[in-house]
Design a protein around this ligand. Sequence first.
Ligand code: TXA
Ligand code: MG
Length: 351
Amino acid sequence: METIILEISGNNKKDEEIYSKAAEILKKGGLVAFPTETVYGLGANALDPKASRKIYAAKGRPSDNPLIVHIADVSALYDLSVDVNEMALKVADEFWPGPLTMILKKKNIVPNEITGGLGTVAIRMPSHPTARHLIERSGLYIAAPSANTSQHPSPTKAKHVMKDLNGKIDMIIKDDTVDIGIESTIVDLTGDIPIILRPGYITKEMLGKVLGKVEVDMAIVEGGVTSAVPKAPGMKYKHYAPQADLTIVEGKETDVIAKINSIAREKITKGFKIGIMSTDESFHRYTQGDVRSVGTRSDEATVAKHLYEVLREFDELEVDYIYSEGFSRDNVGQAVMNRLIKAAGHTIINV
Ligand code: TXA
Ligand code: MG
């Protein structure tokens, strides 16, 4: 199949043509990748089981890993869920449109194919204008996982989607204005106490202000009960991973830099190619390897925004080993470290 790629330019007439083309493909059961404020999504008609099966095939995604349904209006909640409770309405009111996904009990019209057989459904109203236009123009609910090959880092640029899915999907809407850079926060609202199943830009503290008591799925807590099975099926996979072997080095900045420089020197002597993930502050203090800055220590959001892009750049450079500094766990930093630790398969050196 030929994948068409069309770019949103800000020219209304041309953009309208792109949206109608994409809407037409979706209505016929095809696949369209599109930007959201978190990462690019790979969309299909959520209520058409045949269409969503194509998503699994294109991504190489295990069929037990459910998809998020994207909506453009809160009223859609009543179409998709049998139990739109007070917590759901509060969360929608406060955080939608935005990087927040809620899990609710599903209605029968939501096919089992997209929920991995679960009796619940994940729902999100994105804020990105391109995503919103597409949902509105198609008149559909759009099932969309991140638009990467299963296990690769999520895409934040159209070229990342091309790299993974060219020839496997019908269309890519290019609009490289993805802002947050990591996937939405997922909160399960089917029980008495809300549970965060995946951390993201919307933090536990932010949800707590609206909902009172909020818990975090123990299985996703760093260094937590590793034998526990995550409640979001997708969180159990070694995810977000670059091709190279990734190690996180944490401790006092000077010690971390010295340690990474010394390991890198040793590996390079042995003929390996090394990637180093640094920050604006430390970038100039690395003496070897391919050094990239992922953002500034003074703002965790900049690290979130560039994390997957830098991991993908190391893939392109075909490095054998990546060494990354540890980052702040404040605000979105907690979600950043959740992704980075998974990408590293829990390999952390403390200095
Ligand atoms: O920011 C995002 O959420 C992006 C953009 C495209 O919206 N989407 C995204 O989708 O990250 P995906 O498929 O890569 O991740 C969805 C996660 C998976 O871990 C999946 O297991 C979980 O959501 N999930 C989906 N439905 C669920 C359900 N009913 N119960 C528990 N977890 C669910
Ligand atoms: Mg994903």
